[in-house]
Design a binder for this molecule. Structure first.
Ligand code: GTP
Ligand code: MG
Length: 177
C-alpha cells in the first residue's frame, strides 16, 4: 500500500455519544444513520455499540465510527473506558428534562477526567421539536460558551440539525489533521 492509496476516508474518527438515559442518543444515531424515528420504542441501551458512517465534507470523505453508550448509571464505568480513544464526543441533554441539562456539568467533569485533552465536544439540546420544553436555547448557548464547546439544538424526531451536527464535528475532525 503506497501513501497515495491511503486517502482521507481511511482515517477512522472515533466519536461517542454520551448523556443521561432517555435524552435521545440512540434515536439521534438512528435518525442520522437511517433517517427514521421510532417513537414507541424506548429501550434503554445496554452496553455499547457502534455505527460506521462516511460523511462528505466540502467534497472530501470523512469516516466516523460512532459509539452509542448507555446513559444509565450502572453502565457508566463501561463508558469511561471509551472516552480515552474518542476523537470527538457528543454530549446530549433533553430540553424537556431540566435534570438532564443540570447533569451536563457532571458529564463535562467526567469528560475532563477521562477523555483526551484535545477531544472535540459538541453539546446538543435534543428533543427541540417538543412542546414540553423546559430548557431554553439560551441556557444551552450559555453553557456552551462557559465550557467553550460547540452547541446546537437537535431533534432526533424531525431530523432537525442532525446531519448538521455530525457534519460540523466531521469538519472539525478533518481540520484538526
Ligand atoms: P439510554 O440508551 O438509556 O442512554 O437512552 P437514550 O439516550 O439512547 O434515549 P433514546 O434514544 O432511547 O430515547 C429515549 C426516548 O426519547 C424515546 O422514547 C424516544 O422516542 C424519545 N426521543 C428521542 N429523541 C427525541 C426527539 O428528538 N424528540 C422527541 N419528541 N422524542 C425523542
Ligand atoms: Mg440508547
Amino acid at each position: 500500500l503506497s501513501a497515495a492509496d491511503v486517502s482521507v476516508e481511511e482515517i477512522l474518527h472515533k466519536t461517542i455519544l454520551v448523556g443521561d438515559s432517555g435524552v435521545g442518543k440512540t434515536s439521534l444515531l438512528v435518525q442520522f444513520d437511517t433517517g427514521t424515528f421510532h417513537p414507541s420504542s424506548f429501550a434503554a441501551t445496554v452496553g455499547i455499540g457502534f455505527t460506521n458512517k462516511v460523511l462528505v465534507v466540502d467534497g472530501a470523505k470523512v469516516k466516523l465510527q460512532i459509539w452509542d453508550t448507555a446513559g444509565q448509571e450502572r453502565f457508566r464505568s463501561v463508558t469511561h473506558a471509551y472516552y480515552r480513544d474518542a476523537h470527538a464526543l457528543f454530549l446530549l441533554y433533553d430540553v424537556t428534562n431540566r435534570k438532564s441539562f443540570d447533569n451536563t456539568r457532571a458529564w463535562l467533569a467526567e469528560i475532563n477526567e477521562y477523555a483526551h485533552r484535545d477531544v472535540i465536544i459538541m453539546l446538543l439540546g435534543n428533543k427541540c421539536d417538543s412542546e414540553d420544553r423546559v430548557v431554553n436555547r439560551e441556557d444551552g448557548e450559555r453553557l456552551g460558551r462557559e465550557y467553550k464547546v460547540n452547541f446546537m439544538e437537535t431533534s432526533a424526531k424531525t431530523g432537525l440539525n442532525v446531519d448538521v451536527a455530525f457534519t460540523e464535528v466531521a469538519r472539525a475532525l478533518r481540520d484538526k489533521r
